[in-house]
Write a protein that binds this ligand. Structure first.
Ligand code: B12
Ligand code: SF4
Length: 500
């Protein structure tokens, strides 16, 4: 059957911070321009997503899935198996971070036909054109495929700078449905690619290399103001790995946004050493332009662990200094921390807790988000992690539980793992944090939270986590008073061909 339809599936990513999947919007534009129809089924906003995917697939060319390592693999596997069972001749194509970092093992799954390594805009268009024409994938750069059950990998595709990429197809996103799940109308935006650093736990180099490249300030100003006006967005999360690599560009973006006077909040990710290069006056300018939060990967309060992480570019003083300057500018400083990195012992973990307590007490708006170290394929630390006993999953499904919320490590398991989880829970209640999604807690939950923040701080100061009565009470209250889940169903988008 001749078809011009391509179905995308976006598996749930275990978060209420729901918005349109930017990877899928990115690879959709070249397809739309070439006359293909796009259907996106996002499991977060589509309750009957399995049936919907199969229904959409009936008259489509292929099924494309975007995924990162971890729980997203669960629904990917379900959907891919369902699709192959019903439509054995329609190719299942996987793209995104996990297939890019582990293409061989991903393609080895019997229900996967094609994988794309790295940027997908040009690769997917070529793939879909070949499928439509009934041709082989031979020679399509960046692509892995199967011939008589054997895995074949073409040469890698050269990375393209962001400025050469087409705009993302935001008009395909059902922002109303995302807003109902999340409570806030927001979107992601990319203004630069890659990061000049290479932290041990980070997978960026394997996908985007280390050559930072960015859009010109004028383009960022035009596109962001157009986006928020067009879709009524309240917040843009600029997902660049390190937004502040070019300080002059950041200042020029802020000046441009102030001149445009379109009001919206935006947040960025940046390293503390680059934040502290800016003066408080410059940060105040960014604040006037709408910058509401800067997220940093502080990761540890121990110099030894930071060096093991390959973060010698980050001095611990810059964590304090970033919190100080951002607070003075009225911007929320936000920090991520990793527990359980290889080489971190009890004393180094205490240094991290002390850093958190110290920063949060001095700068009450500051917030910390914590994770358990999770060894991702392609990260520089992986070899060391294997030596330390991490079992490398042998199949795609094996990576489902690689999730920083609960990863269990050979050197952090059993009681010590439970203690770290309890300690992380106390950290969650000790100080306030502002998630992207609306806080749906009612006044009783807020009161309980507020009251137990005092014993939580005492416990963290004294490193005492036995008999966590306050957490039991909090969890009981949360269970009793859990707000009803937002009812959502994504719009059925009409077939359309749009020139972007
Ligand atoms: C936004 C984001 C999120 C959002 C997702 C919101 C949403 N609605 O999508 C939230 C907050 C939920 C999130 C959560 C997590 N994230 Co995250 N996240 C990102 C971030 C910052 C941007 C992703 C993005 O959209 N980029 C923009 C698009 C355009 O680029 P792209 O995704 O690379 O897509 C391109 C290619 O990959 C490819 N492609 C993508 N999809 C497809 C599909 C097909 C069919 C094809 C052919 C090609 C293709 O083409 C695209 C265009 O070139 C990245 C870091 C980064 N800078 O990219 C981390 C990142 C993806 N996240 C990561 C991690 C670790 C997590 C968490 C585990 C964090 C945590 N502590 O809990 C969770 C996991 C959630 C889960 N899945 O279970 C890692 C993934 C590592 C890995 N090996 O998979 C990254 C790379 C960060 C990092 N450097 O470590 N994340
Ligand atoms: S600074 Fe951030 S994005 Fe850059 S390598 Fe380190 S963790 Fe990755």
């Amino acid at each position: 059957m001749r078809s011009k339809k391509v179905v995308f599936f976006f598996p749930a990513f275990s978060s209420q911070e729901a918005t349109a999947p930017l990877g899928i919007l990115a690879v959709s534009t070249p397809l739309l321009r070439a006359g293909y129809e796009i259907r996106i089924v996002d499991s977060t906003i589509t309750p009957n997503f399995r049936a919907r995917v199969l229904e959409e697939l009936r008259d489509a060319l292929c099924l494309c899935v975007s995924l990162v390592t971890g729980p997203m693999i669960r629904e990917t596997v379900q959907i891919a198996k369902d699709a192959k069972k019903l439509y054995p001749n329609k190719p299942v194509i996987l793209g995104g971070w996990h297939p890019s970092l582990l293409p061989d093992q991903t393609l080895a799954a019997e229900y996967v036909d094609i994988v794309v390594k790295g940027q997908g805009e040009d690769a997917l268009l070529e793939i879909v054109e070949r499928i439509e024409a009934g041709e082989s994938m031979r020679g399509v750069a960046g692509v892995g495929y199967k011939v008589d059950g054997n895995l074949v990998f073409n040469v890698s595709r050269t990375l393209k700078p962001l400025a050469e990429m087409p705009p993302k197809a935001y008009h395909l996103a059902d922002f109303d449905a995302y807003e109902r799940v999340c409570g806030r109308r927001w979107a992601m935006y990319t203004s630069s690619l890659a990061c000049p650093y290479n932290c041990g736990y980070c997978t960026n180099e394997g996908v985007y290399g280390r050559k930072w490249n960015a859009l010109e300030a004028e383009q960022v100003v035009e596109e962001t103001t157009d986006l928020v006006s067009r879709y009524g967005l309240k917040l843009l999360w600029i997902v660049d790995d390190n937004f502040l690599v070019d300080r002059d560009r950041a200042v020029a973006i802020a000046e441009g946004l102030v001149r445009k006077s379109v009001k919206f909040d935006w947040s960025i990710q940046a390293t503390t050493n680059l934040v502290t290069r800016l003066t408080v006056e410059e940060l105040k300018l960014l604040k006037r332009a709408g910058l509401s939060q800067v997220a940093h990967g502080a990761e540890s309060g121990s110099r030894k662990v930071l060096d093991l992480m390959g973060k010698s570019f980050q001095k611990i003083e810059t964590i304090h200094e970033a919190a100080d300057k951002l607070t003075r500018a009225g911007i929320r400083p936000s920090f991520n921390m990793i527990f359980g990195y290889p080489g971190e012992g009890e004393s180094e973990r205490r240094e991290s807790i002390q850093l958190i307590m110290d920063v949060c007490r001095r700068y009450p708006g500051a917030e910390f988000w914590t994770n358990i170290f999770t060894p991702y394929p392609g990260a520089p630390i992986m070899q060391r992690a294997f030596e330390l006993g991490i079992q490398v999953p042998k199949t795609l499904e094996g990576w489902v539980d690689f999730f920083p919320r609960y990863t269990v490590l050979p050197w952090l398991k059993g009681q010590p793992h439970r203690d770290v989880q309890t300690m992380r829970e106390y950290l969650r209640v000790a100080f306030n944090r502002v998630p992207i999604g609306v806080n749906r807690k009612n006044w009783i939950q807020r009161l309980v939270h507020g009251l137990i923040s005092f014993p939580a701080r005492w416990r963290l100061d004294h490193n005492f986590y036995s008999f966590p009565l306050e957490l039991w009470i909090k969890n009981l209250v949360s269970r009793w008073l859990a707000p009803p889940k937002a009812k959502v169903d994504a719009q059925r988008l009409e077939a359309e061909v749009v020139t972007c």
